[in-house]
Ligand binder design. Structure first.
Ligand SMILES: [Zn+2]
Ligand SMILES: [Zn+2]
Length: 305
């Protein structure tokens, strides 16, 4: 598998002189298989615009575009690039878009395709030239053909969000963003009037079980792309419950789970290149991350596993 990052930011694009090195586009990852013939796209953040342009100037010369897009969840930073993905305006393009939906009455087509209405955009979904199929998915295992196996698991985020595990020719590539470690939802403070010893214990167990489930899902990844929006200090100061993980947790977890390479991902839009360089010096020293290579994902970066 060959993995390329087209967008590594969370929340909102942040282009400018301070983000040129790591990039300012939101989530989009390309995964190539079988000597480049087959590829899958993970997320349609603003980075998918540039990838679409690349496909139009390269792949389309070999034939119409026919691919799968896996959406981790429908937050705006993961779908906002879709109306600007050039292949949707080209006849004979075929897309299958997979993703989870939280609300029974809204389909994936309503949520993603709903950006293409005159309210938000000058072209309506019905006017697109591509043939697009939307597939609501939940936790499970899927055969994507050509020997590509896909598994999904639920992460911990304010909206239904999937972690993806792609297996191909004995290699494993996983994504786990946007997510934060599961926590006990019940009070553990005996002085709290709502404290209940049994509930507190049950809550601890439930959180532990959920975290173990996610850990098991990601175990042994050759490459893991993991949420690392905050430092532990930032997280504890004001970001608990926002659905993101700290860099420290991501590294600790990856070392324990035998992850070979960890790409820290979903950088906060406030992080400048200089700040990300500082964090790289602090957290990615190979002497401290034995057996797990740790780095901050950068737009344009390519990795082969
Ligand atoms: Zn996000
Ligand atoms: Zn999100």
């Amino acid at each position: 598998m060959k993995i390329k990052f087209w967008g590594v930011r969370g929340s909102i694009p942040c282009p400018g002189p301070n983000t040129q090195k790591y990039g300012g586009n939101t989530a989009c990852i390309e995964v190539r298989f079988n000597n480049n013939d087959r590829y899958i796209i993970i997320d349609a953040g603003s980075g998918i615009r540039e990838f679409g342009n690349y496909l139009v100037s390269h792949d389309i010369k070999k034939g119409p575009i026919n691919t799968d897009i896996l959406i981790t969840h429908t937050h705006w930073d993961h779908i906002m690039g879709f109306p600007f993905f050039a292949p949707i305006y080209i006849p004979n393009t075929k897309l299958k878009i997979y993703g989870p939906v939280s609300f029974e009455n809204d389909t994936l087509k309503d949520i993603i395709g709903g950006q293409l209405t005159y309210r938000y955009f000058p072209v309506r979904h019905a006017e697109l030239s591509a043939k697009i199929e939307y597939i609501d998915i939940k936790e499970g295992q899927f055969d994507l053909g050509d020997g590509i196996k896909l598994s999904t698991t639920y992460l911990n985020h304010p909206v239904l969000c999937l972690g993806y595990r792609l297996e191909f020719q004995n290699k494993v590539f996983c994504t786990a963003y946007d997510t934060e470690p599961f926590k006990n939802l019940f009070s553990t403070d005996p002085n709290d009037p709502y404290y209940d010893e049994i509930m507190a214990q049950e809550g601890e167990k439930a959180a532990r079980d959920e975290n173990n489930r996610v850990d098991k899902f990601l175990e042994g990844s050759d490459l893991l792309v993991y949420d690392a929006q905050y430092t532990q200090e930032e997280y504890e100061a004001a970001k608990i419950g926002w659905g993101h993980t700290s860099i420290e947790y991501a590294i600790k977890f990856s070392k324990l789970s035998g992850v070979k390479r960890l790409a820290l991902f979903h950088h906060d839009p406030m992080r400048t290149d200089a700040h990300l360089d500082e964090l790289t010096a602090k957290y990615c020293n190979p002497r401290n991350t034995i057996n797990t290579e740790v780095f901050f994902a950068r737009e344009g970066m390519e990795i082969e596993i």
